[in-house]
Design a protein around this ligand. Sequence first.
Ligand code: KG4
Ligand code: ZN
Length: 324
Amino acid sequence: MIILAVETSCDETSIAVLENKKVLSNITISQIWEQQKYGGIVPDLAAKLHLENMQEVLKKALAKAQIEQEKIDYIAYTEKPGLVICLQIGKVIAETLALYLNKPLIPCNHLEGHIYASLLENTEEWKFPVLALVISGGHTQLYYLKKHLDFELLGQTLDDAVGECLDKVSLLLGYTYPGGPVIEKLALRGKNTYPLPLTKLDDTFDFSFSGLKTAVRRIIERKKFENNLTQLNINDLAYSLQHTLAKILTFKIKKFLNENKINTVVLGGGVIANKYLTDYIQKFLQDKNIKLFLPQRKYCTDNAAMIGILAYYKLMKTSKNFSF
Ligand code: KG4
Ligand code: ZN
């Protein structure tokens, strides 16, 4: 089964071709260099760049996959969530391809794609029940899955997403968008010296990160006010932030495990590229007989291969010859 997948929900124009679970090509043009000038994503600019980059991405994805167009069986695309104008471009491209090739369309959810990314190029399968955490630039959500594609939302952020928090702190420190990689790099030379609030450690599975972001902002602004910015140890501040985020996320995972039997924990989303965070969670899960599934680093941030693998599992679920 050959699936061509299109992802345009934010600032990456991406097309992948999959043969079942195997990635034949996954071509992405990121707009980060253009969007950095504005300190975040400008939707109109994102749409314009998707249109400019789409032809090149499509041509390269087909060429790399070495597949004739007639061999494509399905066209998958990101339906939601994302920037509406960008999603519409992906949809029109996917619809046009589906019409031209006379193949069925498979609309996919971007966040579910992040979760399924851990099954890309992986011979192992999840063992259910599964607890899945998505942490990206726009979302922080915890799901329970009794079986494939059966998503039960347990909780989500009530304000900022984890990635958003990192992106904003990076800007406050005078660095660029995206902030996650900046904070990770600074933290490599830091220690946990700034006491930051462990926000929303309550009885729910919801999250809240705006208070944490404000606490970091206050520390930076106080030093600015005192004209003492050189005394701010930004490496320590980055480390302390990363450490606090890891603690909050692990608290919610732990809370769920205390109350429920889980065989697999799955992580997904751009922030999962952060090694400190994944090592922290991995360490917590050690000796608990729970397997942790992570996407390969190249499949953490937005890409079309994750939409392709999600489409594959959707098709498998409806296939008579497959039992999950
Ligand atoms: O999933 P993604 O590519 O886009 C959305 O769906 O939002 O996630 C982007 C987010 C950004 O907030 C970015 O700062 C964060 O992922 N990110 C990271 C790292 N690489 C990207 N956060 C922490 N550490 C990283 N290495
Ligand atoms: Zn994403």
